[in-house]
Ligand binder design. Sequence first.
Ligand code: BJW
Ligand code: ZN
Length: 246
Amino acid sequence: MSFRVTDKLRTLLVPSTRVVVFTGAGVSAESGIATFRGAQSLWSDFRIEDYATPQAFSADPVRVWEWYNWRRREILKTGPNRGHNAICRFERYFKDFTLITQNVDGLHDQAGNRRILKLHGDIWETRCCMCGNSVIDKAEREQPLPPLCECKGKLRPGVVWFGEFLPEIVHEQAISSSKSSELFFSVGTSAQVYPAAALPSLARQHGAYVVEVNIEKTSAADYADEVLIGKSGEVLPELLEYFAAG
Ligand code: BJW
Ligand code: ZN
């Protein structure tokens, strides 16, 4: 193991600690899902401006839907990994636990987490641009694309694109849980996309002990009390071993 669990962290791994786990694409990397940044990532192959903005969808909804259909198929081929499973155990162990995720892949749900604050939406949601009706299902959207709502409005993926606001209530709950947390884990995120990336520093300002788990240091490390370098599917299960002792 390339990390050591400090005494301070160990003392916090007890059921009464208020805990937040904040996750990003790195948590799903070990399930074979591409991350957004870095080598062989989504943004190295696809331009944000062509796929992840409301303008991209207005200009070419077919291209955007084909991309999301492909990503849906990639996710359906896989499932949660040891990191997701460990986070599910966190929810069962800590009495006051909040999972905040930027991931849209649904793998935290599949791992068994019950309460998930999804800051960037859900790839399995399809929402009408006109009437706002939404459905959640795992079906691929068939031709002709884009799919249309009963009201004749265009249907879009229920995710948050650049330049769009985060779902307000979910964002407020994420801020409030982060502020009141005593132990805050930032896991598998490059911490580059705002406003989500502000949560680790917010937690720290309000007194949380902040721990980054990543294969490399990110800007979240600037606010972290500890950085555990390693894959989330290795580091998080290792932390579970201290639960029984706690
Ligand atoms: C491992 C690992 C392993 C690998 N184990 N680790 C303030 C300052 C500057 C800019 C802005 C700002 N406020 C707002 C902005 C603009 C913009 C923004 O932040 N831009 C920056 C990029 C500069 N933000 C927005 O537009 C947001 N909206 C907003 O602010 O609304 C207000 C507003 C409205 C109108 C005008 C202005 C403001 C919305 C952001 C939406 C982001 N959407 C996406 C796509 C979602 C849909 C989809 O999936 O298709 O969300 S972009 C993409 O990035 C996705 C992710 O959730 C998000 C974060 O990425 P994440 O999860 O961190 O992944 P990576 O790939 O970056 O990192 C992976 C990490 O894992 C790496 O660190 C690896 O090392 C690590 N790793 N394997 C552990 N095994
Ligand atoms: Zn509609």
